[in-house]
Design a binder for this molecule. Structure first.
Ligand SMILES: NC(=O)c1ccc[n+]([C@@H]2O[C@H](COP(=O)([O-])OP(=O)(O)OC[C@H]3O[C@@H](n4cnc5c(N)ncnc54)[C@H](O)[C@@H]3O)[C@@H](O)[C@H]2O)c1
Length: 255
């Protein structure tokens, strides 16, 4: 156990899988008390047990971040459990598998669904979470965006890209507004990672090769590549860092 996050309570959305699970385990190993939430209860409970087996402190709250009452209840549950909140890690998201596409193809329901999780979800968690960070005398919001919010690619999902571009804009707007409360707000833009989100997409070996080739460092990312940065953004080491939009993408956006 290290102690880069000692004394902090961190709320991590999307903690049942992928980066959220990795973050829950790592944040707790760094000394944070972790509230993890997800729509997937079984996976969320499993992550909670993983943290506890590792000697960490975690609590699972089932929540759908796209629903206002659920986001509000999630923050209230976190405050009831640990009495304060210092880090809000807005990690949960959906890719809209098979439903997203170009604006000329994507149907309105799919567009609404993807935006409701990836962008309204961040808004709702922040709406209820930021006051708690202010009450704590300051804190860190980490928004998971994507390189899809920074660059276009010919066959990208336009709803996903718009949701992640929105997350980046919201990150900067929030950073400017809440700095006076010492609430820092930063965005992480991952390139393609091997997580359950991309498992189907990467199943075909041709597609896998094609996606790897988009990343100059010659491999896809893994959850820990992202979580190393998230730990820094959650910790006091980043006390002078806000409004940052950080690519962690194997060089994807450098080309
Ligand atoms: N995997 C990638 O290649 C990649 C690349 C760039 C950005 N991202 C982003 O990283 C974040 C984490 O993705 P991941 O790769 O760990 O994927 P993942 O699918 O493994 O995890 C996402 C988690 O979010 C949860 N979730 C979905 N909708 C929710 C809702 N309405 N309320 C609460 N929880 C919900 C899911 O149940 C899941 O546990 C997402 O925001 C994603 O868009 C992923």
């Amino acid at each position: 156990m290290a102690d880069r996050l000692a004394g902090k309570v961190a709320l991590i959305t999307g903690g049942a899988s992928g980066q959220g699970r990795e973050a829950a385990v790592r944040f707790a190993a760094e000394g944070a008390k972790v509230v993890l939430s997800d729509v997937q209860e079984e996976g969320g409970v499993r992550t909670m047990h993983m943290v506890q087996e590792n000697g960490g402190d975690a609590f699972f709250v089932p929540a759908d971040i796209s629903v206002e009452s659920s986001a509000r209840d999630m923050v209230e549950a976190a405050l009831r459990q640990y009495g304060a909140l210092h880090v809000l890690y807005n990690n949960a998201g959906v890719i809209g598998e098979g439903r997203d596409g170009l604006v000329t193809d994507v149907d309105v329901d799919a567009w609404e669904f993807i935006l409701s999780v990836n962008l309204r979800g961040i808004f709702l968690c922040a709406k209820y979470g930021v006051p708690a960070l202010i009450d704590a005398g300051g804190g860190s919001v980490i928004n998971t965006a994507s390189v899809a919010g920074l660059i276009g690619s010919p066959n990208s999902g336009h709803a996903y890209a718009a949701s992640k571009g929105g997350a980046i804009a919201l990150t900067r707007a929030m950073a400017a507004s809440y700095a006076k409360y010492q609430v820092r707000v930063n965005a992480i833009c991952p390139g393609t990672l091997e997580t359950p989100m991309t498992a189907n997409l990467l199943q075909q070996s041709d597609r896998h090769r094609e996606v790897v080739a988009q990343h100059p460092l010659g491999r896809l990312g893994v959850a820990s590549d992202i979580v190393h940065l998230a730990v820094y953004l959650a910790a006091d080491e980043s006390a002078w860092v806000t409004g940052g939009v950080f690519t962690v993408d194997g060089g994807r956006t450098a080309t």
